[in-house]
Design a protein around this ligand. Structure first.
Ligand code: APR
Length: 231
């Protein structure tokens, strides 16, 4: 008889960090209302004006360093005391790690790390001390260091690993993502038929979801509080 492992996968997006004071992308006043994606978050933007792109991520890194994990991050970290938990996050902040989560997979990169702007850039990542990456910072091969962030139009190197984790999950908890951006959003279709699936989002009533999801219309902290009582 298969022993139920209750392997939990948490799939988080920008809404997870909203209660830490970090703006989301597509809510009103979100980042994509303040900046044009094509000017700061594409390889073409980097080719055209690398220092503008560098400044954009320096501004975001500074904000992230000034913010703290919220109760939602802490509840997810504490879940590891009761279950095997993997966090798959679209967020480039390190708030899950700072809350104590030990197994975090960053689908869209990690703003605390840099990588070469040259070829084979996903071979090595370099920690960034403090908030600023300057145009003088170079990798060993001499290329300018860019943020370790997956830009629109770039490959998502961790996608297959993430899909494998979701396919093994007994419980999937989706929190704080509009499920607007692929291929990340497609991960919710990888669950096995008997997995329990939950989604926490204040706007979840606007979502068209595949069958089998239990929707919790709330912010991350309140929604996780409610859900974790049931688990
Ligand atoms: N708690 C939980 N969810 C919240 C909260 C909150 N306090 N506040 C807002 N939300 C929800 C919104 O309702 C929305 O569904 O968080 C979601 C944020 O959606 P987006 O801003 O689209 O962010 P995300 O889904 O993470 O974007 C995915 O797009 O721009 C790219 O690479 C970027 O990783 C990002 C990807």
């Amino acid at each position: 008889m298969k022993i139920k492992t209750n392997q939990i996968v948490v799939f988080s997006g920008a809404g997870m960090s909203a209660e830490s004071g970090i703006s989301t992308f597509r809510d009103s006043g979100g980042l994509w209302e303040q900046y044009k994606i094509e000017e700061v978050a594409t390889p073409e933007a980097w080719r055209k004006n690398p220092s503008l792109v560098q400044q954009f991520y320096n501004f975001r890194r500074k904000q992230i360093l000034e913010c703290k994990p919220n109760k939602g991050h802490l509840m997810i970290a504490q879940l590891e005391r009761r279950f095997p938990v993997t966090v798959i996050t679209q967020n480039i902040d390190d708030l899950h790690e700072r809350a104590g989560s030990k197994h975090v997979l960053h689908l869209h990169g990690n703003i605390r790390l840099s990588k070469s702007s040259g070829p084979n850039s996903d071979r090595n990542y370099f920690p960034i001390e403090g908030w600023e990456l300057t145009m003088e910072d170079r990798c060993p091969e001499g290329y300018i260091l860019r943020p370790h962030v997956v830009w629109f139009g770039e490959e998502v190197p961790m996608l297959s690993k993430a899909a494998e984790m979701v396919s093994k999950a007994d419980i999937l908890i989706v929190v704080g993502t509009s499920l607007n951006v692929y291929p990340a959003a497609g991960l919710i279709h990888y669950t096995k038929s008997d997995a329990r699936k939950y989604i926490i989002d204040p706007n979840v009533h606007e979502f068209s979801l595949p069958s089998g999801f239990t929707s919790i219309q709330a912010g991350a902290e309140e929604g996780l509080q409610q859900l974790l009582k049931e688990l």
